[in-house]
Design a protein around this ligand. Structure first.
Ligand code: HEC
Ligand code: HEC
Length: 272
């Protein structure tokens, strides 16, 4: 190349790269409303953000990976835990773990019910922001979850022709669905909800006992009902419900396909 050609080459390449950069930047800006669901930014969500700041939640927690690393990332917490549980948790966090055993993990912030409602609305909006799957790992908190942190992890490898039970296990451990954040599969370990060990035989006993309040007639139907309609029969346990509403999220019917649900039930039926 002559000197002049080299010069031309450099200028053209710089212009092309610069132009692409500017075009992509403009493109990103046109998509912010869509990515962040601007239309859902209600006054309540904004008030919730003020609550979030006024209690310095970010001194311990992260959102989108930003903040402090003392406590779990809360980007997807409303999907993972459901609002009923979050309400009860924020009212009195120590209700869900033993302070004696673990020390003070999440402080009791003495928030009012209105503040709790608002901050949950804020976290719910956060969970709808499109983040390409961030943060990448499941959250395991509260009480025994710390002890059972070595529980099974989802396996990605044999996805294609795995049997329903293996597929169901993956649904159970999926970080967006989050059954394993509240349920252990080890015998006798209560996280937020009861252990799933021995579920099938426990279900049969319950159906035969006369205390059962739902519509199921078989253990299989009972397990399915427990997932899609937690309030059909609420188990007794001081931390399982508030005012007759289960702390388990009530929206799984909308968040799972029929096949995922079938596989999940098949998996839970096998736990001894
Ligand atoms: C002093 C540190 C600290 C502050 C401040 C704090 N948290 Fe936490 N939070 C924690 C810790 C630690 C945990 C994990 C608790 C556990 O493992 O059970 C936690 C857990 C949580 C959870 C998850 C509960 C679960 O079981 O999944 C939520 C939701 C939460 N905090 C919300 C908040 C909100 C909202 C604020 C502000 C209003 C806040 N936190 C302020 C330390 C803090
Ligand atoms: C926020 C915590 C939470 C999450 C998340 C959660 N559960 Fe639950 N679950 C509970 C609580 C609390 C109970 C007991 C109260 C009741 O009967 O609804 C329960 C009860 C159950 C029962 C009845 C258990 C029995 O012994 O009869 C089944 C089955 C169950 N859950 C399955 C699931 C599955 C599957 C998922 C994921 C799709 C899931 N849960 C997600 C909290 C949770």
């Amino acid at each position: 190349m002559t000197k002049r050609e080299t010069w031309l080459f450099a200028v053209v390449c710089t212009l092309l790269a610069g132009g692409t950069f500017i075009a992509l930047t403009i493109h990103s800006h046109t998509r912010f409303d869509d990515i962040t669901n601007t239309e859902n930014l209600t006054p309540k969500v904004k008030a919730g953000m003020k609550v979030w700041h006024s209690y310095n939640c970010v001194n311990c927690h992260t959102i989108f990976g930003e903040g402090a690393y003392y406590a779990p990332d809360l980007t997807n917490i409303t999907d993972q835990r459901g609002k009923a549980y979050l309400k009860a948790f924020l009212k009195k966090p120590s209700r869900f773990y033993s302070e004696e055993e673990y020390g003070r993990v999440m402080p009791n912030l003495d928030m009012t019910d209105q503040e709790i409602d608002k901050v949950i609305a804020f976290l719910d909006w956060i969970s709808e922001v499109k983040t390409n799957g961030w943060p990448p790992r499941p959250i395991r908190v509260t009480g025994e979850a710390i002890a059972s942190a070595g529980q099974e992890r989802p396996q990605e490898a044999d996805d294609q022709d795995a049997d329903p039970v293996a597929k169901g296990r993956r649904v159970f451990n999926d970080s967006q669905i989050g059954c394993n954040a509240c349920h252990s599969t080890s015998q006798g370990v209560t996280i937020v909800g009861p252990s799933m060990a021995g579920l099938q035989s426990r279900a049969s006993q319950l159906l035969a006992s006369g205390d059962y309040t739902g519509d199921a007639e078989t253990a299989k139907a009972y397990i399915r009902e427990s997932i899609v309609e937690p309030d059909a029969h609420i188990l007794e346990g001081q931390n399982f419900s508030t005012n007759g509403t289960s702390l388990m999220p009530g929206d799984y019917a909308e968040r799972m396909s029929e096949t995922q649900l079938d596989n999940l039930v098949a998996y839970l039926m096998t736990l001894e």
